[in-house]
Ligand binder design. Structure first.
Ligand code: WQD
Length: 342
């Protein structure tokens, strides 16, 4: 029997590469499309080594519609997982046109090419950022979205709306938006992981680079928030668990199990963890001391957010499985691997 094929745009990136592995492990054929603007072939080589499959890769910018069309002409996938996007919140404030340009153009191109070629299933990488500072916690998919506080967050909201309206208008198109909480960690093989360019903006890569001696000291942004220990609270989801959520979303669509043509699922652990807790857990599981200091609050941070994941648990049969200990051990194993430590 011919295998189902999935196009993974942004498949050389952090979440894309882990998802490619899980798709292949679940029996799907995968085609990776990436413009390598914030990724490199090392991740693809990692995917190939982990799976033993010579996964095809096309270097293409999804914003270039005629080049992207050739991918649709060449490969017979019925499903797309669209990761290709710019993702730095601060940069999006400094350069909003880059974010509206890249994230909206590539998404409009992918949906319109799917319509043109009669391809059916799309999973969109959305984000918990659409909830902003929520009035009630944990947040469910019904929790109202708040006005975005950055152009990056706004592109996530707009793409969700484009998807909702497109599946309503174009027969045969089905979409699932996965709202990720904070993805962290690396594949247990340590062959793929997060590789930020320049100074990391996110907490866990900053921690692992500090532990590796690349950064002198971690700044904890604020210890005077109205939380039990004064630091912000997030829902840190293991990257492999997150990758598996994409596989079950695709399988639901391919199997005709969707209740509606457009569905939204929170993908998190359901547990809130503070910055201090995360740092202490990292130190304990990896048996090291981290150089850190308390610094002023970072502009734009919400105080606390974590997910109600009951919808994904019930409808997708998906649960976060890896513990925070395992995830933070994997993050450090990956950092050591790429830096040649030990
Ligand atoms: C987590 C906590 C910081 C760095 C962002 C995006 C979101 C998604 C994931 C993806 C906060 C604190 C951080 C540091 C710190 N985007 N922190 N010192 O802001 O929850 O989410 O990344 O592509 O859309 O908004 O994640 O990892 O930056 O921060 O104290 O050096 O760690 O203040 O409380 P965030 P984060």
């Amino acid at each position: 029997m011919k295998k189902e094929c999935v196009l993974v745009s942004g498949g050389a990136g952090y979440i894309g590469s882990h998802t490619a592995v899980e798709l292949i492990n679940a029996g799907y054929d995968v085609v990776i499309a990436d413009n390598f603007s914030n990724s490199d072939m090392g991740a693809v080589e990692g995917v190939r080594r982990i799976t033993g499959v010579d996964v095809p890769v096309v270097e293409v910018d999804c914003c270039d519609k005629s080049a992207f069309r050739r991918v649709f002409e060449q490969y017979e996938f019925d499903s797309v997982i669209h990761f290709a996007a710019s993702k730095a919140v601060g940069e999006s404030v400094a350069d909003p046109l880059k974010y509206y340009g890249n994230n909206l153009t590539s998404f409009i191109n992918v949906v319109s090419l799917m319509h043109e070629f009669g391809r059916h299933n799309i999973v969109f990488s959305s984000s918990a950022t659409v909830y902003g500072e929520a009035d009630t916690l944990p947040v469910t998919e019904q929790t109202p979205r708040k006005p975005a506080t950055s152009p990056y967050g706004n592109t996530k909201q707009i793409c969700e709306d484009i998807l909702r309206d497109s599946v309503a208008a174009y027969d045969g198109l089905r979409g699932i938006a996965l709202r990720y909480f904070n993805p962290i960690g690396a594949h247990p093989s340590a062959l793929i992981g997060e590789l930020p360019r320049g100074v990391p903006q996110n907490l866990v890569p900053y921690i692992t680079q500090t532990a590796a001696g690349i950064r002198e000291c971690l700044s904890i942004f604020g210890d005077d928030y109205p939380t039990p220990d004064g630091s912000c609270i997030r829902d840190y989801i293991d990257i492999v668990d997150l990758a598996r959520a994409h596989v079950v979303a695709i399988t639901r669509m391919v199997g005709g199990k969707c209740r509606k043509n457009y569905e939204i699922f929170n993908i998190g652990t359901g547990k809130g963890v503070s910055v201090f807790e995360l740092v202490k857990t990292f130190e304990r599981v990896n048996n090291l001391k981290l150089n850190y200091k308390v610094a002023p609050r970072r502009a734009g941070d919400v105080v606390a957010i974590w997910a109600d994941t009951s919808l994904a648990n019930k409808e997708l049969g998906w649960h976060a499985e890896r513990t925070l200990d395992q995830t933070l051990a994997s993050a450090w194993a990956w950092e050591k691997h790429i830096r040649g430590i030990e």
